[in-house]
Design a protein around this ligand. Sequence first.
Ligand code: ATP
Ligand code: MG
Length: 395
Amino acid sequence: VIVVGDELLEGRVADLNLSAVAHALGNRGLAVSGARIVADRRGDIAAAVDALLAPGSLVVTTGGLGPTDDDMTLQAVAGALGTGIVRNAEAARMVESWYAGRGLPCPPGSLVQADLPEGARPVPNPAGVAPGVVIEARGGIVICLPGVPREVEALIGPCLDSIGAEVHAGLPYSLLRTWGIPEQRLYDTIVEESLADVRWLAFLPRPMSVDIKIGGSDRAQVAARLAARLGSSVYSIDSWKPIEACTGEALLGRGLTISCAESCTGGLLGARITSVPGSSGWFSGGVVAYSDELKKNLLGVPAGLLESRGAVSSETACAMAEGVRRLTSSCMSVAVTGIAGPGGGTDEKPVGTVWIAVAGPGPVEARHWRFGNARAAVREAAVTCALGAVLGAVG
Ligand code: ATP
Ligand code: MG
């Protein structure tokens, strides 16, 4: 994979395209053997293509398919392959139809996006103007994609389809997605199991969420054994579906709705929930109650309780959950209150202390967590554990 863009090398933009391309390739059983990030320089792009394209190989480039002078990927590829550039009639129709579909005249300058290396095949872009480009050369294949990540995601599948790379049912590895157990403890828990026969095992940690990839011919049995050992800490098996989607499916399956009351996560939990398409079917809404005033006035947390136990306490978390459940008439609710830091910690309640309460269908219950001291990680961990707690309560 060759990712093209000055902005990536300058550190202004974090690369999203390699992961999108690698993911699509992985779904087709194709492994990425390496990736390079190169500047918007014709010579650099050409050198990378020249170095990587070999018989039987597939090279995917992203970036630099636009109509401006800094977009030169196709000229570079043509240079590396020793072919010329010609206006491709089919690509020109794709560019024109993109504008026609929006009731706009096609600006003449836009048609340079139909100037392709000789013998190249255009693939319609569902998300933008520039077509994807497929070139067979030197016994290998080059696929050129635009730079905008949304367009890469939309185009990589159709381009791979067009070269006959079929989607495999299932992943080429077993996958357990876990929540609520830190990586080290998870590892210690798991190595107690006999894993000598596992060819490879990879741990992909996020705050309070670790994905375990298992390879080898007996991976399914190993995964089943670990899943049994880890119980409700596993939220997804053999699927990359995020925890918010798994929690939503569980709620929907039981016909339950949920609401949330957030303090230290400041709306992140509601944002993650509503990132799931169709979440209106199970999410009634949320309250960001950052101040004590709002916890009292909106959620009905008793003033005496805030004074005696503090805003970060089991009792406040439970009262927040019950308050938002009353407010929204949802079947269940979840509340998060904690100290994200860097300030605000005490000996008794250090930074990273978080209480998460779930109300309904059973009685309200809160759990105490300690999430380290990095603000962003504390907040992400709190969201994950809130979603996991709901999943656990739904069963
Ligand atoms: P355009 O027609 O918009 O110029 P393009 O195919 O020429 O598209 P680029 O010019 O390389 O693509 O990039 C367009 C936009 O996409 C830029 O804002 C750039 O920051 C972003 N982008 C490009 N490559 C990546 C990447 N690998 N990861 C994330 N964003 C990227
Ligand atoms: Mg561009």
